[in-house]
Design a protein around this ligand. Sequence first.
Ligand SMILES: CCCCC/C=C\CCCC/C=C/C(=O)SCCNC(=O)CCNC(=O)[C@H](O)C(C)(C)COP(=O)(O)OP(=O)(O)OC[C@H]1O[C@@H](n2cnc3c(N)ncnc32)[C@H](O)[C@@H]1OP(=O)(O)O
Length: 282
Amino acid sequence: MMRSKLMNLVPRAVATTSRQMSTATKLTTVQVDDKTGIATLTMNRPPVNGLNLELLRDIHQSIEEIEGNKSRGLILTSSNPTIFSAGLDIFEMYKPDKERIRAFWTALQDVWLALYGSSVPTAAAINGHSPAGGCLLATSCEYRVMLPKYTIGLNETKLGIVAPKWFMSTFESVLPRRLAERALNQGRMFTTEEALAVGLVDEVANSKEEAIAKCAQFIGTFAKVNPLARALTKQQLRAEELKQLEDERVQDLEKFIFFVNQPAVQKGLGIYLESLKKKATK
Ligand SMILES: CCCCC/C=C\CCCC/C=C/C(=O)SCCNC(=O)CCNC(=O)[C@H](O)C(C)(C)COP(=O)(O)OP(=O)(O)OC[C@H]1O[C@@H](n2cnc3c(N)ncnc32)[C@H](O)[C@@H]1OP(=O)(O)O
């Protein structure tokens, strides 16, 4: 998979305007800045960018599109003014449909393999809260810029669920092992300021525009680096985690299906959904 992606890494001419590359799907848009050649992938699933089957499929398709069109980089962000992504759509896991939940988890695996393994430089402009699956997307990127007063982290244990190994290894690729272990066990959500202090995010910006500009600046640091050498270096550094999921996709899916169907897990998810609804009516 990575080999064919690498074939796309040839220098490209740049023009001066920005163009919408894809409106084929309604849940993501891809806008390429023709001056910089950088693609911005925006998640757009109200109210909270909950990662359901359709959004995951659209994200995957958009990443493939960006890989295919020789963009110089990928910036992931959200159209919601206060939420990057609320993580996995809990309705996909609560009282799930037998076929759909398999497609859902497979789509999540596809997104992670494509984003974590992307041959182009990636950055996340985290313009809002980013729990669980939202944090997975952000930490799959190479660089993170976050707006103040939001939260980010893997809070799974607080929901009575367990983050799969590849969520954990992605988190651990950003945070020191000891800190990652403690945060995962606690289900800790970091404020922007805390996330910056521990290195979970790289920079803070005061607006989405500024966050995108900082992400573009990061991607720009590769302008004078040979793209093939950069991509092969990234590929080698990330190969172990990618191979582990590629080799164990089926077992990972079966483990998820078994776990999510446990009565205690279903009960916990139901209670959590109720608490989210109650919060909305307060
Ligand atoms: C050992 C083997 C292991 C195998 C694997 C086993 C298990 C699988 C684990 C999979 C890993 C899971 C990853 C996840 O991503 S789980 C999802 C975690 N997400 C959250 O906990 C976020 C919950 N949401 C919030 O904290 C807040 O909503 C917010 C994102 C901070 C936004 O707050 P606010 O702006 O105040 O909005 P509301 O809370 O009012 O929400 C608006 C409506 O959206 C609904 N909502 C929110 N989040 C979700 C969600 N994740 N899924 C579905 N729906 C969600 C919320 O209920 C409101 O709905 P309403 O308008 O109908 O009341």
